[in-house]
Design a protein. Structure first.
Length: 240
């Protein structure tokens, strides 16, 4: 039976690293390790331990303010049954694969499998994420999730609403933003929206299934803004 672990709460802190570095057998007792919001040094240590073993996998994630994303690590991954295409992955240190049309299609396929992207509620959610991502980039100069600064959009609700209206008109969408969600988004970021955990969790679950069961090519790395853009069929301009 495949063994899966989520990072233990005390792994959030660097003092736990000596145990992690010395007790590698404990880590290797799991086929898949999943983390959320742990320190980067913990992620890298897990990555170093797991990467030397072809059938050991790691999924890391962030959900803090506008910094929402997921990324997986694998040494080798077979797409399909034994004898199928072998993908050679990368560890956490190099830049992840670039955003291409193929990557966008792969993210869309994974998202469509995970949740109902045609749901009006989710369409409004994706519209809010896409619009706020565009405003965030225009104001702060970087894509949400690509920088470490804890910055928000408080006071820019009208800018986000205007961008959402423009996107909805361009895409022929009839959905409207929820004012409470708009306020929370601008003041506290995407991580405080209740649908964020649902969508991110569903994507992570599918990623884990792909890695453990060889049921398709993994997403590998994905910023949350890209997930929303492909769901709306909007042009993908983000870099993961």
């Amino acid at each position: 039976m495949k063994q899966v672990s989520s990072a233990l709460p005390d792994w959030r802190r660097p003092p736990a690293l000596p145990r992690l570095q010395s007790d590698t057998d404990f880590v290797l007792g799991f086929d898949l390790v999943v983390t959320c919001n742990v320190d980067r040094i913990v992620e890298e240590t897990l990555g170093e331990v797991l990467y030397h073993h072809p059938k050991k996998y790691l999924i890391i994630s962030r959900a803090s303010g506008f910094n929402v994303k997921l990324r997986s690590q694998y040494r080798e991954h077979i797409v399909g049954d034994e004898g199928g295409q072998i993908l050679h992955g990368i560890d956490l240190h190099p830049h992840p694969e670039p955003v291409t049309d193929e990557k966008a299609d792969r993210v869309l396929q994974a998202l469509s499998t995970s949740v109902d992207i045609s749901s009006p509620t989710l369409q409004a959610f994706y519209l809010l994420i896409t619009a706020s991502s565009k405003v965030f980039r225009d104001i702060h100069g970087f894509v949400p999730g690509s920088g470490r600064a804890a910055v928000y959009l408080a006071g820019h609700e009208e800018d986000v609403m205007a961008e959402a209206t423009a996107i909805a008109s361009r895409r022929g969408l009839s959905v409207q933003l929820n004012e409470d969600d708009l306020r929370v988004c601008c003041e506290k970021g995407w991580s405080e929206l209740h649908l964020t955990s649902k969508v991110l969790g569903a994507m992570m679950s599918l990623e884990g299934t792909k890695l453990l069961q060889s049921t398709g090519r993994p997403v590998n790395a994905c910023l949350f803004g890209m997930i929303a853009q492909v769901a709306l069929g909007d042009a993908v301009e983000l870099e993961a």
